[in-house]
Design a protein around this ligand. Structure first.
Ligand SMILES: Nc1ncnc2c1ncn2[C@@H]1O[C@H](COP(=O)(O)OP(=O)(O)OP(=O)(O)O)[C@@H](O)[C@H]1O
Length: 263
């Protein structure tokens, strides 16, 4: 099976004053359909830079200096090449850390979904917007879809808001979803439910999921494989159980040793 996402030798720098500082250095990563890849590492290790590079949401002082990113075999990112606008929101969905911030407080859920669908599905009918909106909320295991469609974000619980945000990321039926610390703001019970939902979605829809987290426990529950990042490099990667149960790198061992309940 060919890779859905293929990151090869990716190096990224940021211009700060007169200097170029390295954010990512020779990063390789692959995701196949139906698989969840966790990107873990301490704060500042480069996880968000990697996630954002796939959808072209890097800041203006940041540029790709080497390597490439391909989606389903087609190159979208390379030095001087940025084809991410073509795939962002359609081929690749994104779920951010704080659902409240990715939802407009003045817009009902119905309008959020309609806006995304109209942007990415040309000529979609009103009836289809309604049908797909209800369908995606049901996929998010939201039982009272009509009430939620007619709600403003602040009328929903944090967990429900995050499920709506995930719904917005998948309503266009992307092949890849990127979730960046998207459970960090949730309490542990809600986190567990969202993680369970991701697993079901990946299995049901056959999408690939890039799951960025600093939480190794969470990654071990959810991910099929794991890439451990430190200082802008992937220092270790492979099957999740293998990496977490038999880490080869000192850095991974230290990360694991920092978790009190890890044994
Ligand atoms: N536009 C930028 N200009 C300068 N430095 C940047 C820029 N973006 C990121 N960095 C730096 O690059 C490093 C990696 O940042 P990044 O946000 O990718 O890490 P992270 O692993 O996602 O961290 P966190 O878990 O805290 O979000 C950090 O040291 C950060 O300060």
């Amino acid at each position: 099976m060919s890779d859905l996402l293929s990151v090869t030798g990716l190096s990224i720098t940021a211009r700060v004053g007169h200097d170029d500082i390295s954010l990512l250095d020779d990063v390789d990563l692959e995701i196949r359909k139906g698989r969840i890849v966790g990107v873990v590492g301490e704060s500042g290790s480069g996880k968000t830079t990697l996630a954002r590079s796939v959808i072209g949401l890097l800041e203006r002082n940041v540029r790709v200096t080497a390597g490439s990113i391909s989606l389903s075999g087609e190159q979208v990112v390379a030095p001087g090449v940025d084809g991410t606008a073509r795939v962002r929101g359609s081929e690749v969905g994104m779920v951010f850390q704080d659902a409240s911030r990715s939802l407009n407080p003045l817009m009902k859920v119905r309008h959020h979904l309609a806006e995304v669908l109209r942007r990415h599905v040309p000529d979609i009918s009103r009836a289809d917007v309604e049908r797909r909106s209800v369908e995606v909320l049901e996929q998010m295991r939201i039982s009272d879809a009509t009430r939620v469609l007619d709600s403003y974000p602040h009328q929903l619980s944090g967990g429900l808001r995050q499920r709506v945000a995930i719904g917005l990321a998948v309503v266009t039926r992307p092949s890849l979803v990127i979730a960046d610390e998207c459970t960090t703001a949730l309490d542990v019970t809600t986190q567990t439910k969202v993680v369970g939902l991701f697993r079901t979605l990946v299995d049901e829809l056959g999408i690939g999921l890039l799951f960025v987290t600093h939480d190794l426990m969470l990654a071990s529950d959810l991910c099929d494989s794991i890439a451990v990042m430190s200082g802008g490099r992937v220092v270790e990667q492979g099957d999740a159980l293998q990496v977490l149960d038999h880490p080869e790198q000192e850095y991974t061992k230290r990360l694991l040793a920092a978790i009190p309940s890890w044994s």
